[in-house]
Design a protein around this ligand. Sequence first.
Ligand SMILES: Cc1cc2nc3c(=O)[nH]c(=O)nc-3n(C[C@H](O)[C@H](O)[C@H](O)COP(=O)(O)O)c2cc1C
Length: 185
Amino acid sequence: MDAIKNLLTRNSISKLTEPYPSMDEMKLVYKAALRAPDHAWLRPSEFIEVTGKGLDKLSKIFTDYIKDTNDDLNDLIIQKYKNAPYRAPMIIVLITNIKEHPKVPALEQMLSTATAAQNILLALNALNYGAIWRTGKVSLNNEISKYFNLDKNSKILGYIYVGTPSMEPKKIPEINIDDFVTKWK
Ligand SMILES: Cc1cc2nc3c(=O)[nH]c(=O)nc-3n(C[C@H](O)[C@H](O)[C@H](O)COP(=O)(O)O)c2cc1C
């Protein structure tokens, strides 16, 4: 697919089904992810690829986390988190392993993983798969890493749900770039 067309047509897809990308296709996806800008080449980004029985494991992590941390729990909330991972046949967990560096603060390292996430979305679009980046209560906090047996320097930036679209993609809105761009000449 033409590179600019890929950038302009990427569209988050929330309803996803099998098939998910093959191992060889995912190698390309991770290569693209690891070409993200990375100050001082600290390589802070890490991914967990979840499929099959791994989805049950993720479902248990989400359920345990929400039970341990939510004050006004009810069955509906528990079911929501229990079912969440089954919304796609593959999920990529986005992790930043924050390293001490005199010139590269934690935020820059998380931004590097965020750009890796965008590369993942774009690579999947180029391979004609659908994907969506989700966060919710189960990411971007200091507690969730423990449930993955990760240390406290590992931050979970969210989850990319991956598969084959099972819905019509939404219409991409027209955007007037002049509303967002100022030119200094
Ligand atoms: C960091 C981040 C977290 C997000 N978390 C969620 C989420 O938890 N649930 C959700 O439905 N969309 C979430 N989104 C939005 C979708 O990924 C997507 O961007 C949105 O549906 C708009 O679609 P588009 O990307 O095709 O414009 C998140 C986006 C970002 C960048």
